[in-house]
Design a protein around this ligand. Structure first.
Ligand SMILES: NC(=O)c1ccc[n+]([C@@H]2O[C@H](COP(=O)([O-])OP(=O)(O)OC[C@H]3O[C@@H](n4cnc5c(N)ncnc54)[C@H](O)[C@@H]3O)[C@@H](O)[C@H]2O)c1
Ligand SMILES: [Zn+2]
Ligand SMILES: [Zn+2]
Length: 388
C-alpha cells in the first residue's frame, strides 16, 4: 500500500509498505478515505521533535471504512465509517477510567503522555494514517461512528484532532459568556478556537497572526484580526479592552515567530541547545506567544496552551504568572471528551468545518503538500484523498 513515510527533516516520501494486519484482538484495520495534514506534522517535518525515526508512517488525522476487525471488537463492524481520535486510549487503564484520554498509560507504557498515531517513538511509535490503510488499536474505545446523514468526509474529518483541540483550548481557558478572548495563531487550531470561544459565549474574539489568508478566514467567523507584522497585538488588546485584557489561547506552539529577539531576556535564553533535535531548524522565538499572553491576559484568568511545547523550551515568565495569579493549562487534547458533542453540533449545522479547507489533494502529492503547508501563504488546511 501507499504510505507517507518520514525519512528525515524535510524529507517525506510516498513509499510502498506492507498493508497492516490485525495484531491484537482489539484492533481494526481501517481503509483510509480522507486524512489531513496538521501543524503538528510540521514539527516533525522540521526535524525538531525528539524520538522521530525514519520509517514511521506519518499522519494522525484520518477517517475511513472498517476493513477488518479483531475478535473482541464489538462496537464497530466491517463496513462502518468511522473517524479516529489522534490519541490512542485503551479504555481500561487508570487514566482512561478517569476519562483522561490523552494520558493513557497502556497505549504508551514508556511515555509521560499518551500515545498518538504517526508521532515518534516517544508517543508509542504507531504508524499513522497518511496511508491507504492503518491499524487502529483499542478500536472499541477510539472509533467514532459517522451518522449516515453526513455524507461528506470533510464535515467530520477534523473531529480526529483540530476541532476538539480548538474546543479544548477554549474549555481549559474556561471561556465564559461575555468574556473577551485572544486567540494567538490563525491556523487550523486557532480557527476552531475562535469558533469554540464564540460557541461558549465570548463577547469579542481577537485573533493574531501574520498571514492575510488565515486572518481573513477567522474574520469570516467574526474575529477581530491583528496582523503582528504591522501592529502590536498587546497595545491593541489593551486599548480595546480598556486595559482589562483577555482570556488567552496559544494556538501556535514553540515554532512561533515574532519580534522578540531570540536570546533576549524574554526569549529563549537558558534554552538548552544540546537538546534540540535539529539545531539547523531551531525555532525563532519559542516563547514569543507565551510572553505576549502574559501581557495580554486578564488578571486571575487561565492561560490556555493547546499549541505544542517540548521540554527543552522551559524558560518561563514566572514573575508575571505569579503576580497576575494566572493559571496555565496545557497539554494534549483528550479528543474523546469532546468529539461526540462536537459531532452533534456539526449534524445540526451549528459548526461547519469545511470553509477551513483550502486544498484537497491526492495522497501521492503529500510531499509537495508538506512543503506548501510549511510555507503557509494561501494554504490553510490540506485534506488528502487516498483513492484506495
Ligand atoms: N494540544 C494538542 O492536542 C494539539 C493538537 C493539534 C495541534 N496542536 C498544536 O497546535 C499548534 C497549531 O496547530 P496548527 O495546525 O494550527 O498549526 P499551523 O502551523 O498551521 O498554524 C500556526 C499559526 O501560528 C502562526 N504564528 C506563528 N507565530 C505566531 C505568533 N508569534 N503570534 C501569532 N501567531 C503566530 C503561524 O503564522 C500559523 O498561521 C501547533 O503547535 C500544533 O502542534 C496541538
Ligand atoms: Zn493534528
Ligand atoms: Zn488507557
Amino acid at each position: 500500500m501507499k504510505a507517507l513515510v518520514y525519512h528525515g527533516a524535510k524529507d517525506v516520501r510516498i513509499d510502498d509498505k506492507p498493508k497492516p494486519e490485525i495484531k491484537d484482538k482489539g484492533d481494526i484495520i481501517l481503509r483510509v478515505t480522507s486524512t489531513a495534514l496538521c501543524g503538528s506534522d510540521l514539527h516533525l517535518y522540521h526535524g525538531t521533535v525528539q524520538g522521530m525515526e525514519p520509517g514511521q508512517t506519518l499522519g494522525h488525522e484520518f477517517m475511513g471504512i472498517v476493513e477488518d476487525t479483531g475478535s473482541s471488537v464489538q462496537e464497530i463492524k466491517k463496513g462502518d465509517r468511522v473517524v479516529i481520535p489522534f490519541n490512542i486510549s485503551c479504555g481500561n487503564c487508570w487514566f482512561c477510567r478517569h476519562e483522561l484520554w490523552s494520558q493513557c498509560d497502556r497505549s504508551n507504557p514508556n511515555g509521560e503522555v499518551g500515545a498518538a498515531y504517526g508521532y515518534t517513538q516517544l508517543l508509542g511509535g504507531y504508524d499513522g494514517g497518511q496511508a491507504e490503510f492503518v491499524r487502529v488499536p483499542f478500536a472499541n474505545t477510539g472509533a467514532l461512528k459517522v451518522p449516515d446523514a453526513i455524507s461528506s468526509d470533510e464535515q467530520v474529518l477534523f473531529l480526529s484532532d483540530i476541532l476538539p483541540t480548538g474546543y479544548f483550548g477554549a474549555d481549559i481557558a474556561n471561556v465564559q459568556p461575555g468574556d473577551d478572548v485572544a486567540v494567538f495563531g490563525a491556523g487550523p487550531v486557532g480557527y476552531f478556537s475562535v469558533i469554540s470561544s464564540f460557541l461558549r459565549g465570548a463577547a469579542r474574539v481577537f485573533c493574531i497572526d501574520h498571514w492575510p489568508t488565515r486572518l481573513s478566514k477567522v474574520k469570516d467567523l467574526g474575529a477581530e484580526t491583528i496582523n503582528f507584522d504591522n501592529e502590536d497585538p498587546i497595545e491593541i488588546i489593551k486599548k480595546e479592552t480598556k486595559e482589562r485584557g483577555t482570556i488567552c489561547i496559544d494556538a501556535v506552539g514553540y515554532e512561533a515567530v515574532g519580534h522578540m529577539k531570540a536570546g533576549s531576556n524574554n526569549g529563549n535564553k537558558g534554552h538548552d541547545h544540546s537538546k534540540v533535535a535539529n539545531p539547523a531548524y531551531e525555532p525563532a522565538n519559542p516563547l514569543q506567544v507565551i510572553n505576549w499572553m502574559c501581557q495580554a491576559a486578564r488578571k486571575y484568568s487561565t492561560i490556555s496552551i493547546p499549541g505544542v511545547y517540548g521540554s527543552d523550551y522551559d524558560k518561563f515568565p514566572l514573575g508575571q504568572l505569579f503576580n497576575k495569579e494566572l493559571q496555565i493549562r496545557l497539554g494534549q487534547c483528550p479528543v474523546k471528551k469532546y468529539n461526540e458533542q462536537l459531532l452533534h453540533l456539526i449534524e445540526v449545522g451549528r459548526i461547519d468545518p469545511k470553509p477551513l479547507i483550502s486544498h484537497t489533494m491526492k495522497l501521492d502529492e503529500a510531499p509537495k503538500a508538506y512543503d506548501m503547508f510549511d510555507k503557509k501563504e494561501d494554504v490553510t488546511k490540506v485534506v488528502f484523498k487516498t483513492g484506495a
